[in-house]
Design a protein around this ligand. Structure first.
Ligand code: AMP
Ligand code: MG
Length: 412
């Protein structure tokens, strides 16, 4: 599939072919240790193994009394209270027949005791406790190793680390986690018409919306954006900035990829050693996207300038490269089934379409979806209403209300 620019090289590839090209030969970026408190959102790169049994001792699950179940085969047993064991404490003697030890949730059950009776089922009078119920062995006791055994795998990579993973790792005895190194993504907006959002704007100029949007998407994909600002349609300026961008393993440029006279990006990248693998995908929006590899294997995406195109292409292609480098299988974003809440007319363009849409859960019908009102790929306002992309693999086919469709959920 490798080819360079030229007039006769306008074959569009399918979304699947494009995704296969991105995924080809991708290797995880490498890993580093990180403290638990800083691990949220990072990608686990090595298994976390239990350093001990969990629980590490027979543990009381209730506040109450540790007893010998055999003493309480009938309700109303009267036992002598011989002590108290709080959480974090220990009862070193062996519990004898006819004895009970007051115990708190989380405390180790004394040797000799085999059950815990909750305080609500007891009556205390002086140093004697009456057990109002019958008691079964192991009642309200979590046995040593009943959750996880020493050496058992607690967390399996790759996964995006969240609060519960951190709790599991800490419980298992870990203080540090091995995580994928951060995937740096250089972002370069190109075009003479662009100015930084918030700055003074002359007639004909527009704010660079793609730069900040792509930085946010990159963060959403768990990578680290390096926004390199706006570059004018000037060969010297572009060469300097793209050379710097190629220091990162992933480069996203936006705009300047078509065949216009000022569309210098492809040529400048080539002069810096990038080999293009495709330019143009059968997809709507996003057709002009180009993808290549740098001399050091960098993943270079030339994204179309229209915001919705840049957004869709980032979801379909750039995300895969980032995920592959993070150690995930480089797979397309998951498509899930939803029910259309409105009929969709056939579209004359047969290219598979990814339409900004809303999804919501209907208590009776499950996940529902409908397209947002948008005026096309240059309309970021319609996109801002969406929390999903509705997939139409063949838009020339009309879809009835109630039809099953697939969506990519983009909200997180
Ligand atoms: P291009 O891909 O350069 O032909 O641009 C297609 C359209 O997207 C044009 O209307 C551009 O002005 C617009 N565009 C290009 N880059 C950006 C950007 N960074 N932010 C917002 N719009 C852009
Ligand atoms: Mg342009």
């Amino acid at each position: 599939m490798a080819r360079t620019w030229g007039k006769d090289q306008h074959r569009l590839v399918s979304v699947e072919e494009a995704q296969a090209a991105v995924a080809e030969g991708i290797e995880p970026i490498g890993h580093e240790p990180i403290a638990l408190e800083a691990a949220k959102g990072r990608i686990l790169a090595a298994p976390v193994v239990a350093q001990d049994d969990y629980p590490a001792f027979n543990k009381a699950m209730m506040d109450g009394f540790a007893v010998r179940a055999a003493d309480c085969a009938t309700a109303g047993a009267r036992l002598k209270v011989v002590g108290l064991v709080p959480a974090g404490g220990e009862w070193t003697a062996t519990l004898g027949a006819g004895q009970a030890v007051q115990i708190n949730t989380g405390a180790p059950v004394p040797v000799g005791a085999d059950a815990v009776v909750r305080i609500e089922d007891t009556n205390i009078a002086g140093s004697e406790v009456t057990i109002a119920t019958t008691v079964k062995p192991q009642q309200a006791v979590a046995l040593r190793g009943s959750d996880r055994k020493k050496g058992q795998t607690i967390l399996t990579p790759p996964l995006t680390i969240g609060p519960a993973h951190i709790a599991a790792a800490a419980t298992a005895g870990a203080a540090m986690l091995e995580v994928a190194r951060e995937v740096g993504v250089a972002i370069v907006s190109t075009g003479d018409e662009l100015v930084t959002p918030g700055s003074a704007r002359k007639a004909g100029q527009i704010f660079d919306s793609n730069g900040p949007m792509l930085a946010a998407l990159v963060r959403q994909f768990g990578a680290t954006p390096r926004y390199m600002g706006i570059v004018h349609d000037d060969e010297g300026e572009l060469t300097a900035r793209l050379r710097e961008a190629l220091c990162e393993p992933v480069v996203l440029t936006v705009g300047g990829m078509s065949m216009g006279t000022l569309d210098l990006v492809p040529r400048v990248f080539e002069s810096l050693g990038v080999r293009w693998l495709f330019h143009g995908v059968e997809v709507r929006p996003g057709k002009p996207i180009a993808y290549g590899r740098g001399a050091n294997g960098q993943h270079v995406f030339g994204l179309p300038g229209n915001p919705v195109s840049a957004y869709v292409c980032s979801w379909l292609f750039a995300r895969m490269a980032i995920r592959g480098l993070q150690g995930f299988k480089p797979e397309p974003p998951p498509r899930i089934r939803a029910i259309l809440s409105t009929a969709l007319a056939p579209h004359r363009d047969a290219r598979p379409a990814y339409v900004p849409a809303r999804v919501w859960n209907d208590p009776g019908r499950g996940l529902m979806t409908e397209p947002c009102l948008w005026s096309g790929s240059a309309d970021p306002f319609g996109l801002a209403l969406a929390n999903a992309l509705l997939v139409r693999d063949d838009p020339t086919k009309p879809l009835a209300e109630g039809a099953a469709v697939e969506v990519l959920v983009t909200e997180s």
